[in-house]
Design a protein around this ligand. Sequence first.
Ligand code: PRX
Length: 645
Amino acid sequence: MKQEEKKSSEEQSELTEVLTEESKLYQPSKEFVQKANIKSWEHELAKADKDYEGYWGEVAKELEWSKSWDTVHQEKKKNFHNWFVGSRCNIFVNALERHQKTEVKNKIAIIHEQEGGRKKQFTYGELYLEVNKLAGAFKKIGLKKGDRVAVYMPNIPETAMTMLACAKLGVLHSVVYAGYSYMALRDRINGAEAKLLITANGSLRRGKTVKLKETCDQAVAEDCPSIEKMVVVNNVDLDIEMKEGRDVWFEDIMKEETGEGVDTEIMDGNDPLFVLYTSGTTSKPKGVVHDHAGYMVGVYHTLKTVFDLKDDDVYWCTADPGWITGHSYIIYGPLMCGITTVMYEGVPDFPENDFIWDLIERYKVSVLYTAPTLVRLMMKYGDEPVKKHDLSALRILGSVGEPINPEAWRWYYEVVGGGRCPIMDTWWQTETGMFMLTPLPVTPLKAGSCTKPFPGIKASIVDKKGKRVPVGKGGFLVIENAWPAMLTTLWNNPKRYLETYWEKIPNVYTVGDMGYVDKDGYFWIQGRADDVMNIAGHRIGTAEVESALVSHEAVVEAGVIGKPHPIKGECAKAFVILKDGFEQSDELIDALKKQVRGSLGPIAGVDEIAFVKKLPKTRSGKIMRRILKAEELGKPVGDISTLED
Ligand code: PRX
């Protein structure tokens, strides 16, 4: 083989096969389009495409600034981007302060419910006061602009207050999901050198009390030299030890404050707002940094348009504040948009498996934003728990975190949404800060596709060298231009920032996912590049094989890995969870193998199938295939700090 041909075939072997095609389009209803804030998707895409910086500049004018920007976007140093350069602002002003001058002040900002039924709610006016009081208390503790606060809190309003109080003072929050072990917490505290740790005595989950303060004590006991103080919210009925001189009750420090006269730090638009460690399915967590100005504009505009928000919407995002979804779309986004947001502290299928639908009915939730893992869990319980409830307030559904397989998509659409609620399958990342590939509610949808890049975003599928691959061929998903909520660096590690995102493929932001574009220009995500299997020279993404399995009536969830094979190089092994009422058997194994071959063709055949009760997942619900693989091959599992169980 000539040198060049060899090279080209090597490059090709980096690409993935495309095995399935969904072509049915789900059109929005006429009434829906009439009422939508944006009526023409194509028009919005074309408008932003002409001048994406101008597009974001226009959007930014809807927010409040202490000083407007000189330049919308600038690449300060190669691959280091600044947005709204020269501006002065604070996201706190847009999330709370500006609403004090309008009728939004008296509207409910947060509805909180705790497992067991305890309820709390805050109007925008009340929340503003609480955040000012907390900011006053933080100042007395000695926090100042640029300091870091570690947050290890449940899904409660005090978490939102903490993040907003930090933002107000120009202090960076580093939220750590309150399900991580003390080791993971310790490493993240040390990574950010946090001065203060804020937590709750405990939280309720599936009828048990999770002892959060105890985990914090363990973390801090193990060499966290930067921590000076610990603030503790009295969230559940649980006695804890308070260390003299270090620990204080949230309720006690709040009592001392009036909330008057606490100045908001007016930040340079490019000052950092927070650090957030990625959940990491494949490698060691990275401290992603987002700035005030760009993040504020990107999150505000994407939430408002993608969920077509109206003043009377009741919005529920089932994520946790510990993830980027919680930061952008439970806390900052909904508050900037002035809507009512639900924070539920507990799990969606407890005490009964219809709890989630019960809550939607009671609060008349109109926008539900959740993850495929939860849709599949609910699907497992069947249609009956959903049908028991009046979900007629629902208008729009959302999905995030993993590819949503067409089977789960259709169930979500038909059974939950009653065939009238469009599904916004939003593709994005901790690093992107905001939705990147997503439909708008007026977009004709395809089950399982995140459709096209959001207006102003240029994405494509390329090979290793950055050359676009033809339509219908799989490759690396990349982003070709800058966007406002993009990460600005990795905490204390600009070198890793460049290597991870900008130096793998020339001149683009590398996402780390594989995917393809179909003949209508719709994008399909095939899974993380690191999980791709190489079967007889065909690179096959996990998503399609898992989807083919889930489309069998007996299967609710599947994780697929490649394992060494003497002839094919690798072969696929599937770990399958069965729906309630189905039994494992050799016949079922044969049926499932046939199902995969039938829907994907012989190259994607699954050689082995194992039935399992659970799959290893990150705490945010993504399947950790690397752990399945390590276990299968008897190799060390590596970093498991993000593993759920
Ligand atoms: O692989 C993609 C998957 O989740 C990754 C980002 O994970 P994280 O930073 O934890 O943020 C999750 C919440 C934004 C992506 O690289 N992912 C996220 N959304 C989707 C998705 N995969 C397919 N479809 C999606 N809608």
